[in-house]
Design a protein around this ligand. Sequence first.
Ligand code: NAP
Length: 247
Amino acid sequence: MNEQRVAVVTGASAGIGAETARRLASEGFRVILGARRLERIEEIAATTGGVALPLDVRDARSVQSFCEGIESCDVLVNNAGRASGLQEVAELEDERTVAMWETNVLGLLRVTRPLIPKLIASGRGHIVNVGSTAGIEAYPGGAGYTMTKHAVRVLTRTLRLELLGKPVRVTEVAPGLVKTEFSLVRFDGDEEAAERPYRGMTPLTAEDVADCIAWAVTRPPHVNIDEIIVRPLAQASSTLIARDQDD
Ligand code: NAP
């Protein structure tokens, strides 16, 4: 009865997801990595002894075949996510709003639903949802994204209520500014705009967040870490950031 425990990580091709996959592998998990950029997750799978499976969380059929490829699941890290633009509500485009909702909320729901029975069957399941400080705060231009992360937060809390009495822990890890490809994706590949949020301050790294996730996952099984809010020292809120004078 010494089978290797399985951790499923969505959005494992970059940033927080990639580092979480590496870290959980080093903690002894067999990691199943999902993302759209298959070559990237195949590379990480090859170096971690994991498995790479194509996954587009916006596509119900892709999620279905991803989940069908998973025999057992002890830990599910719902990390796949994105922001799109920084538009005030008066200008907020449907296309961007739908992209964020489908990825961050519907995608998370679609992956979690079929894996719940497997998490329960594991006898020691754990769902970690990567939320954001955008799930507990508002900022101008952020509504498209903050709405989705508020939804992730309430979905996480609902899961904890519904899974009470079952062997499944539920955790939200909510980071502030993390330096990944996130900003580049948000600003449609505009490198200058993508650099702006990190100017004159030291953001978190993907490893910092992976460390929080790994810590929550490796607590004794009777301990549930409800949430971890983690920010750079220089960030007090989404809009209040201490930046170096000359930047
Ligand atoms: P990132 O470097 O851009 O990574 C995003 C990951 O999500 C990629 O692996 C991407 O993979 C995946 N993804 C995006 N759309 C997907 C889809 N339709 N299907 C499957 N996978 C998809 O950004 P990150 O910072 O690591 O973001 C990870 C999570 O942290 C997100 O939920 C984000 O909202 C959250 N977060 C980030 C920050 C920050 O400041 N960076 C702060 C708080 C929370 P493919 O493109 O290969 O599919």
